[in-house]
Structure formats: C-alpha cells, structure tokens
Design a protein around this ligand. Structure first.
Ligand code: FMN
Length: 212
C-alpha cells in the first residue's frame, strides 16, 4: 500500500469575493484564463472533459480548449472516438480546469453540439503537419497491434501527401459545450475555500456563493 495521507499543501489563493466577479461568467473565465496563461503557459488550456454513456458509465480525459466565447467552449477530436460515442448517446458533458499554481479550478457543465464540417476544416488547416497526419491515420480509441503499424501508416500518409494538402478526415471535428453552470473555485488557507457558482436561469446568469 502507498500511504499518501501525509501529502497535503496549503492553498493560499487571493481572496475571492462577489464584488471581484464579473456579471457574466464568460468574462470572468476570460480573466482567469489570461492569468492562467501567464502562470502556466504550457498547459493553461488543458481541460478534463467528462462524458457518460447511455448506461451512465462516466469517462474523463484531457483535451485542449481551442476557443471560447458567449456561445460556448470548444475542442477538437476524433468523431468516432469513445468520447464521441458517449456524446452521441448523451449530449451533456462537464469540463474541468485545474490551475495548480494559482490554486484555482473551474467547473463547467452543459449541453454539447458538434461544430460544422466547415469549422472543423478551417481549424484542421491551422494544425501542424505532423498533427494532421496523425489525425488522418489514427482510429482514435480503437486497438492496434503495435506502434510500428501506427508509424508505418503515418510514413505512408506523409509520402502520399508530400506535395498535396492533407484533407480533414471525415471522422475528425469539433464540439461546442453550451454552458449552463460555471463554478469558480479559489483555494484558501485551512480549506476554507471561496466558491462562486453561476447558473443560467431563463437566459440570464445568476450567481451564488457555495460552501467549500
Ligand atoms: C495534455 C493532453 C491534451 C490532449 N488534447 C486532446 C485533444 O485536444 N483532443 C483529443 O481528441 N485528445 C486529446 N488528448 C488525448 C485524450 O486525453 C484521449 O486520450 C483521447 O482523446 C481518447 O479519448 P477517448 O478514448 O475517451 O475518446 C490529450 C491528452 C493530453 C494528456
């Protein structure tokens, strides 16, 4: 057994009160993301995406936030992956950000819709060549016998598209989560944290403080 009961640290975040928060959570999220990018430039945009299947089995994995605004939070992925199957069965999901150097987390839940093919194609073009090749050859979430098989498929695709545009695969695209609830959590000393939850009620955001 690995005993981890001694592993703990104090969360000494800046106090967070209702007057510090914007009226709408997207503006507030933009402030938090800006600060997170200063403190953790490499992984500020990492978020855990939690989905669940029609039988209620949950699954979580990290994906990268690619854009956000009032309409929602967007990421790109394989449309035949396990997460895509979950989202087809249950188009509701949760997103989670943890910015450890700021003692902060953000939790978001809402409905999810697929982005248009045109939006997926536009972003696909912006990706580095290596990422485009990998997206082309990877049947994400399916089993494969060896690493060699994967690398040889990538080499073949590299040759095939050496002087051609790499097409956006049919099973590659993006999703948009339309937020219904967004919670901002600021870690404080002695675990007496600050939590503020925004909920969308009849089209307008309402905010309340939650107990830690
Ligand atoms: C830091 C990090 C970023 C990732 N970003 C993405 C991403 O943007 N899109 C994606 O499909 N998978 C991404 N992945 C891989 C996913 O976590 C996951 O392994 C993959 O999407 C398959 O998930 P699924 O089988 O549940 O569909 C990332 C993993 C890590 C650790």
């Amino acid at each position: 057994m690995m005993d981890l009961r001694d592993v703990r640290r104090e969360y000494r975040g800046t106090p967070l009160g209702p007057d510090d928060l914007a009226k709408d959570p997207i503006t507030e999220f933009a402030r938090w993301m800006t600060l997170a990018r200063e403190y953790q430039p490499e992984d500020a945009t990492c978020m855990v995406l939690a989905t669940s299947s029609k039988t209620g089995l949950p699954a979580a994995r990290t994906v990268l936030l690619k854009h956000f605004d009032e309409s929602g939070f967007c990421w790109y992925t394989n449309l035949a992956s396990d997460k895509a199957r979950d989202l087809a069965e249950n188009p509701q999901a949760a997103l989670h950000f943890y910015w450890y150097s700021l003692f902060r987390q953000v939790r978001i839940t809402g409905r999810v819709k697929e982005l248009s093919r045109a939006e997926a194609q536009a972003y696909f073009k912006e990706r580095p060549i290596g990422s485009r090749i990998s997206a082309l050859v990877s049947r994400q979430s399916r089993a494969i016998a060896s690493r060699e098989e994967l690398e040889s498929a990538a080499r073949e695709a590299e040759q095939q598209y050496a002087d051609k545009d790499i097409p956006c695969p049919q099973d590659w695209g993006g999703y948009l989560l339309l937020p219904g609830v967004i919670e901002f959590w600021q870690g404080r000393e002695n675990r007496l944290h600050d939590r503020f939850q925004y909920s969308l009620v009849d089209g307008s955001w309402q905010m309340q403080r939650l107990q830690p």
